[in-house]
Design a protein around this ligand. Structure first.
Ligand code: NDP
Length: 332
């Protein structure tokens, strides 16, 4: 059995010397287990998180252990009633040529339905990522503009095409080369491609999305997110799916760290009180009642005299006020 193990934790961009190829005897399946031979191994950006220490969305790979990974494999020995020798299965053999499994997480694949490797991509985890985050969070509507980063990749290519299928008027993909840009426009039907390495993002986005951006499917975060935010429309939706621009970072990127938002599936949503006038009667009823019953306390900081307003205002921005700042202009 050939395996690739994690030799050292990469600092910045992973190096070949962080990995080692080792050979061990092929394992034997025990009672209720199967042995499978790996045919395809999926390599995915999340693995960068797995080989680092610290919080990602799953546990780290231990030093000396086989690197994790989704695989398509073929059963070559079986002590499991549900799997026969010759079956193809979606498995998690990781970076190795053979693995033993109890079968719990295996899914049988039918090679006549689609090429086996598709279950690691468009018909598997990356495809579901594209489909679910776009449709459930992005919710593109007919006529809207959708932008996606890492647009020629496993996730992004599917995102852009589903957006088109769902009637988006304009689909813009951000990629890292001219070949990728040609591919997403000419082969995949994106309306515009932007090469993030050679084009100035702000002006390229303005030209590509003249009506603003309704959905930004974010695979990268970083400078692309920063540029996109300048051009989002009222009520835009932004599925935060990946932060690949930061996976190799050796120091904390400037600005807020968005990773906890992804890991905790947190919601940030812009708010303007003017949109909530329909809640005024509910609000007034509830809050008046809580004030009267003493459940809600309220403190005012009253400054007497209109002439003191400038000073009080300057203080408000410094934190001198203690409670709701009010100027008492005249006796009531
Ligand atoms: P891709 O096939 O898209 O490959 C990664 C691509 O990321 C590269 O080809 C490159 O494209 C782009 N990229 C790399 N570095 C940078 C950078 N510094 N700035 C901008 N773009 C960069 O991978 P996947 O489709 O598998 O994954 C895409 C994203 O989706 C990743 O962030 C991944 O972590 C995330 N993901 C999240 C999941 C979730 O459950 N939240 C599940 C699956 C994926 P280019 O050079 O063309 O820009």
């Amino acid at each position: 059995n050939k395996k690739i193990i994690l030799k050292s934790r990469p600092v910045g961009e992973p190096k070949e010397s962080d990995f080692a190829l080792v050979e061990t005897p092929t394992p034997e399946p025990g009672e209720g287990e199967i042995l499978s031979r790996t045919i395809y191994l999926s390599l995915d950006p999340y693995m960068r998180g797995r080989i680092s220490e610290g919080e990602s969305y799953a546990a780290s790979v231990e030093l000396g252990s086989v690197i994790v990974g989704g695989t398509v494999s073929q059963v070559i020995k079986s002590n499991h009633p549900q799997f026969q020798v010759g079956d193809f299965v979606l498995s998690n053999n990781g970076w190795q040529t053979y693995a033993v499994s109890k079968g719990e997480t295996l899914r049988k694949l039918d090679p006549t339905q689609a090429p086996l490797s598709y279950s690691l991509g468009v018909l598997g985890m990356p495809g579901l990522t594209a489909y679910a985050a776009l449709l459930d969070i992005g919710q593109p509507k007919e006529g809207e503009t959708v932008v996606v980063s890492a647009a020629s990749g496993a996730v992004g290519a599917v995102v852009g095409q589903i957006a088109k299928i769902k009637g988006a008027a304009r689909v813009v993909g951000i990629v890292g080369s001219d070949d990728k840009r040609d591919y997403i426009v000419k082969e995949l039907g994106f309306d515009v491609g932007i090469n993030r390495k050679t084009q100035e993002l702000n002006s390229a986005l303005k030209e590509a999305a003249p009506n603003g951006i309704d959905v930004y499917y974010d695979n990268t975060a970083g400078v692309i997110l920063e540029a996109v935010l300048q051009q989002i429309n009222l009520g835009a939706r932004i599925p935060l799916v990946g932060l690949i621009s930061e996976y190799n970072a050796t120091s904390t990127p400037s600005g807020p760290n968005l990773m906890p938002l992804l890991i905790k599936r947190a919601l940030i949503k812009g708010f303007l009180v003017g949109d909530y006038q329909h809640r005024f009667n509910d609000f007034l009823g509830d809050v008046s009642g809580w004030l009267q019953s003493g459940k809600l306390k309220y403190k005012e900081d009253v400054v007497v005299g209109l002439e003191n307003a400038p000073d009080a205002f300057i203080g408000l921005l410094r934190g001198d006020n203690f409670g709701k700042l009010i100027i008492k202009v005249n006796e009531d």
